[in-house]
Ligand binder design. Structure first.
Ligand code: UTP
Length: 300
């Protein structure tokens, strides 16, 4: 019998240097894709998967994330007076229920593994989901829901993976694939940012994990790895020595919104998904694409 995954951890304490100067005073996780901040997409994905407790590991300049998941009473009064009921409903739907959020601080950005370790006391002795909000997922059902299905059958630890062009492999954590189907296969090895020659596959870890609480002990002993940071992958390699890891090659597509190109592409694709603006946006896009590429055939 597997223990239910009730808690999700969102590490949001990184410096977001690839987005400077936008991220000098504003958290990267608040960058909007169309009209919703990245962190909102991740929280919605977790809620859809049945998560009841949302733990944010924040840092300096991140207070606005806490405000985002709080009520804004003045705004609500104004919207109420203007009878903007649809907006009021949309705002209340995005909010976790009272008491469902916790915030802790990573005082120094020492790496993703260290950020996760900062959540140890809040998570306690339970399995938890870990979602990196700058990896934006486009999938139905959500990626975490697909992982929970596999977790409920197999228990242990679960990692979402996707295929990338082998040329890009050395920027990511990579897994080796053993027995099983796409929706649940054994992970045989894991390596952070390998060279093309050392990569065991072209399947990369794409920012969604379900982990057993033993990871916290391993993280507390974990020394710095790639990039001089405490890496979650290094601690997972140790956990794999005595616990099962399942890979889920999920149905969907991810956008690395920590990179400029990924973020811009996500905005285009998510705008196209939106019934309220898709038509108008498409016609604007047609015009600029014709102009920019000077090639009518691209869009006709
Ligand atoms: P990234 O690897 O994208 O790092 O973090 P970053 O520092 O935010 O961005 P760049 O590379 O400088 O542009 C992935 C996720 O892990 C969090 C980030 O906030 C992001 O959500 N993170 C990273 C932490 O919480 N703490 C850290 O020390 C590092």
């Amino acid at each position: 019998m597997t223990k239910k995954v009730r808690t999700a951890v969102f590490p949001v304490a990184g410096l977001g240097t690839r987005f400077l100067p936008a991220t000098k005073a504003m958290p990267k996780e608040m960058l909007p894709v169309v009209d919703r901040p990245l962190i909102q997409y991740a929280v919605d994905e977790a809620r859809e998967a049945g998560i009841e407790h949302f733990v944010f590991v924040t840092g300096r300049n991140k207070g606005v994330i806490e405000d985002h998941f709080d009520r804004q009473v003045e705004l609500e009064i104004t919207l109420h007076q203007r009878q903007k009921n649809d907006m009021l409903q949309m705002l209340s739907e995005g909010l976790p229920k009272p008491g469902q959020t916790s915030f802790t601080r990573q005082q120094e950005p020492l790496g993703l593994g260290h950020a996760v370790w900062c959540a140890r006391d809040i998570v306690g002795n339970e399995p938890f989901a870990l979602l990196l909000p700058d990896m934006l997922m486009r999938s139905k059902p959500g990626v975490l829901s697909q992982m929970i299905d596999s977790y409920n059958e197999r228990g242990g630890n679960v990692i979402a993976v996707e295929e990338v062009d082998p040329k890009e492999i050395s920027s990511y954590g990579v897994v080796g694939r053993g027995k099983g189907e796409d929706n649940a296969f054994d992970i045989t090895e894991m390596i952070e940012k390998p060279s093309v020659e050392k990569a065991p596959s072209n399947l990369i870890i794409s920012g969604r994990y379900i982990l057993q609480p033993e990871i916290f002990d391993l993280l507390s002993k974990q020394s710095k790895g790639a990039g001089g940071e405490i890496q979650i992958t290094d601690a997972m390699v140790k956990l794999m020595e005595h616990d099962r890891f399942t890979g889920v090659k999920y149905d969907g597509h991810s956008f690395d919104c920590g990179s400029k190109v990924g973020f811009l592409t996500a905005n285009v694709v998510f705008a196209m998904d939106r019934e309220d603006i898709a038509e108008e946006f498409k016609s604007e896009l047609r015009k600029v694409v014709k102009e920019l590429f000077n090639d009518v055939s691209i869009v006709d």
